[in-house]
Design a protein around this ligand. Structure first.
Ligand SMILES: Cc1cc2nc3c(=O)[nH]c(=O)nc-3n(C[C@H](O)[C@H](O)[C@H](O)COP(=O)(O)OP(=O)(O)OC[C@H]3O[C@@H](n4cnc5c(N)ncnc54)[C@H](O)[C@@H]3O)c2cc1C
Length: 578
């Protein structure tokens, strides 16, 4: 079946919905989403959205900008960060006006709390910058934006899985998608196409990410020739529930929670004397692994699957129930632990992709190191890299990113489609996608997909995790090459058309394998330590050789890596101490 819209938005998380809301003011707009919109991963965001409102204490956007640049270990593009923090203030008030029920101060302002790496006066002390709706901030963002999109007449195609982008030279003319309910292939012809497909934590074994976070957008575009930026930077969040990875929000530490080792010592005092438990995530994740390795984990056996305690008992039951009700529920349900009575067992969990589809400041997808853009192709949110997070994202800055850059992309799409024509679309536009799906349901079956998924996730966790070394990454790249070969033989047993979830999982696995491969290759290539990319064999940051973005491009069965300059026009790089 064929459809035509001015603007096609792929993904119904915060970035996709905000872009749809903006674009639909003038453009005929459709949103395609493999999940029902309000099940998008944005809904799991617990802690808050950062903006220098100064509701409870003095704060300024320039302090927020400095923290974002320093938090990103100076790989952050600084004008992009400046836009992020300046637009954040208006964006939060706009969400409030659209109906988002933020938690309030006693005098009725939007309440704010502390989060890691957010400081006043360029690093002096922690500041209260995270605006929040209890620990359901992301859920409230999704509900608010979805309702507004419905009001604006946006057309939703729910449970449509995008298979391919129709890129012709330097122009995008739409996408091809699989309708899950019927198994039918649809072609969407558009003037502008926007990717907001979220993250890809599922390349790792222990992750805070949902099953749907399989990097479909970046993988689809990488296979169409788009280079991916800074894939080596993947954030581990320090506090995943032990053995499960489910997230215990940083807001617990923002409200006063303390990490303790087996001796009961609040060990972050040794690693970040000023910010302690509110240091950025890369530092705390490394500190926890260091404690575990030297036998100070709770089990004390020196293995990296040991854990530490997050102690929130002194916060008090009343504050926990009011400000962290969902977290308290998770602890009771998954651990049988009441955080008001006992500490929570935690370990680092794969959490957030800093790299992805490269874009300019209006969300237009970048083609090369010079910054040339594709016509009619946009991206924002976790699948994209405008590089506001650099080498390490600060907590609360992703929700800001999806709101600010989702909105900017939507605004530019509305402008672009007013004057643009539809590009040519051949009758055969969906041939390759059809053939790909057909190949998966016919022929002799090779290795089971579950085995390939497990080996990929274990390989990434063990060999491309918090700490990295050349020989380990070399082994990971070889293992992933084998797995990508085996994947070509995978076939589905279920040949039914309606809701073929086995087919969906196989398609997602293909995307994960491409993303894992690019991540491992880019990590092995960067011979320095910066932010979340921490090499035991190159422990220092090397600005002379590596103050640059990497751009990895798939070429046939191989790849090539190029580079793009970092914008350091506001704050010169300095050593990063907290
Ligand atoms: C547990 C948890 C807590 C977090 N807490 C915070 C927080 O407090 N503050 C903060 O700033 N950040 C937080 N984050 C990060 C933040 O929530 C995410 O980075 C952000 O919500 C991503 O939004 P998005 O719009 O880019 O993508 P998502 O919300 O992930 O949406 C992706 C969309 O793409 C669609 N999609 C994907 N693939 C396809 C395909 N092939 N075809 C069609 N549709 C597709 C999906 O259906 C979905 O609608 C948290 C993350 C996690 C995991």
């Amino acid at each position: 079946m064929k459809h035509q819209f001015d603007a096609i938005i792929v993904g119904a998380g915060g970035a996709g919905l905000y872009a749809a809301l903006e674009a639909s003011r003038t453009a005929k707009t459709a949103v395609l989403s493999k999940l029902y919109p309000i099940r998008s991963h944005t809904g799991t965001a617990q802690g808050g959205i950062g903006a220098a409102l100064g509701s409870v204490e003095e704060d300024r956007p320039e302090w927020h900008c400095f923290d974002t640049v320093k938090g990103g270990d100076y790989l952050t593009d600084q004008k992009a960060a400046q836009i992020l923090v300046e637009d954040a203030v208006e964006a939060v008030y706009h969400l409030e006006n659209l109906g988002l029920p933020f938690s309030r101060t006693p005098d009725g302002k939007i309440d704010q709390r502390r989060f890691g790496g957010h400081t006043r006066n360029f690093g002096e002390a922690p500041v209260k910058r995270a605006c929040y709706a209890a620990d359901r901030t992301g859920h409230m963002i999704l509900q608010t934006l979805y309702q507004q999109c419905i009001k604006n007449g946006v057309r939703f195609f729910d449970e449509f899985h995008v298979l391919e982008a129709l890129i012709d030279g330097d122009r995008c003319n739409g996408v091809v998608a699989l309708e899950l309910a019927t198994g039918e292939i649809h072609t969407f012809h558009s003037k502008a196409t926007f990717f907001a497909t979220g993250g890809f934590g599922r390349i790792f074994k222990t992750t805070s990410n949902a099953y749907a976070n399989t990097g479909d957008g970046p993988a689809v575009l990488a296979r169409a020739g788009v280079p991916m930026e800074d894939m080596e930077f993947f954030q581990f969040h320090p506090t995943g529930i032990y053995r499960m990875g489910i997230l215990i929000t940083e807001a617990v530490r923002g409200e006063g929670g303390i990490l303790r080792n087996r001796a009961g010592e609040p060990f972050m005092e040794r690693y970040a004397p000023k910010l302690k438990d509110l240091a950025p995530r890369d530092m705390i994740s490394r500190a926890i692994i260091d404690e575990l390795r030297k036998g100070s984990g709770i089990r004390g056996d020196g293995k990296i699957d040991d854990y530490v305690y997050l102690d929130a008992t002194h916060i008090g039951r009343e504050a926990i129930d009011k400000k962290l009700p969902d977290i308290a529920g998770f602890c009771r349900t998954y651990l049988g632990v009441d955080p008001a009575d006992k500490p929570i067992p935690v370990q680092p969990t794969a959490h957030y992709a800093m790299g992805g589809i490269p874009t300019d400041l209006w969300g237009r997808v970048v083609r090369n190191a010079k910054g040339d853009v594709y016509e009619g192709l946009y991206a924002a949110g976790e699948c994209a890299c405008v590089s506001v997070h650099g080498a390490n994202r600060l907590g609360t800055n992703s929700l800001v990113d999806i709101i600010v850059y989702g909105k900017r992309a939507g605004t530019d799409i509305a402008r672009y489609v007013r004057d643009a024509d539809f590009g040519p679309l051949p009758e055969t536009a969906d041939d390759r996608a059809r053939a790909g799906v057909k190949a998966l349901v016919t022929g002799t079956r090779g290795k089971p997909r579950g085995e390939i998924t497990a080996r990929m996730q274990e390989t990434m966790m063990e060999l491309v995790g918090v700490y990295r070394a050349a020989d380990e990454m070399k082994a990971a790249i070889a293992a992933l090459r084998t797995l990508r070969g085996e994947y070509r033989e995978v076939r589905v047993a279920d040949t039914g058309k309606g809701f073929n979830t086995e087919l969906l999982e196989v398609l997602e696995l293909g995307n994960l394998l491409d993303i894992a491969w690019m991540t491992a290759l880019a990590a092995a290539n960067r011979t320095e330590s910066r932010g979340a990319h921490s090499r035991v064999d190159f422990p220092e940051r090397d600005d002379t050789n590596w103050l640059k973005h990497s751009m990895i491009r798939l070429v046939g069965d191989g790849y090539e890596i190029g580079y793009k300059d970092v914008d350091i026009s506001l704050y010169p790089p300095k050593p990063r101490v907290y």
